[in-house]
Design a protein around this ligand. Structure first.
Ligand code: MG
Length: 227
């Protein structure tokens, strides 16, 4: 896992693509065309410059076109006993002390996997499994922050950034209430977004009979501004 995602992102060492991955690549190439359902808004910059006597008239009349892309992600992992101290419980990019960890090929970070899927979904680029096949030995025990950074890089290539994120974490334990602030700060830093644009709600799986599962749901908005 010493190979970094950025190498892979930049397309220099990417593996042969499957049919589904080819679809994702074609989708990336259509960055100038908003996907179906994109809401486009026009935001005038003239108001901001109206008090500037020296502003050029041309700049006063210029407009910024902003597109909003919504994405949602879902993931679930089961808890397993914490037997290996090098494979701790990871949530939202944060390591927590626990007698259990989330099972998975990577670090099992269910929240970041859902964030990654939401980013890819907003961009119309498939899901995390298409970009990071779970059987690929490169991603064994991988820090899932790499997956999110990869998706953010794809967003950046389309001049898009995260506007806000709303997540729901569902698990019996650990209790997430006391951990919420750490999770929000971690996600805000990872997504380069102000902490007040990050919301994490903690729920227990009451009535679902899933004491050994962790579930994450994420909705996020990307803001893409074009000159
Ligand atoms: Mg997962």
């Amino acid at each position: 896992m010493s190979r970094t995602l950025s190498k892979s992102v930049n397309g220099r060492s990417r593996k042969p693509q499957s049919k589904e991955n080819s679809r994702a690549t074609r989708a990336r190439s259509k960055i100038s065309e908003p996907p179906p359902g994109v809401i486009t808004a026009k935001r005038s910059s003239s108001a901001a410059s109206s008090n500037t006597q020296t502003a050029k008239p041309k700049a006063q009349n210029s407009q910024l076109k902003t597109q909003y892309l919504i994405g949602q992600g879902f993931d679930s992992h089961r808890f397993a006993p914490q037997l290996d101290p090098t494979r701790p419980l990871r949530l939202g990019g944060v390591t927590f002390e626990s007698e259990r960890r989330l099972a998975g090929h990577s670090d099992g970070d269910v929240l970041l996997h859902a964030v990654c899927d939401a980013l890819l979904g907003a961009l119309g680029l498939g899901d995390i499994g298409q970009h990071f096949p779970p059987g690929d030995p490169r991603w064994r025990d991988a820090d899932s922050q790499q997956f999110v950074r990869y998706a953010l890089d794809l967003a950046g290539r389309q001049r898009a950034r995260v506007s806000n994120l709303d997540a729901t974490l569902i698990m019996e334990s650990p209790r997430l209430g006391p951990l919420r602030e750490r999770l929000c700060r971690s996600l805000a830093k990872l997504l380069n977004t102000p902490p007040d644009r990050i919301s994490i709600k903690a729920k227990t799986p009451e009535g679902l009979g899933l004491p050994d599962s962790a579930i994450a749901q994420v909705v996020l908005l990307l803001e893409r501004t074009e000159p």
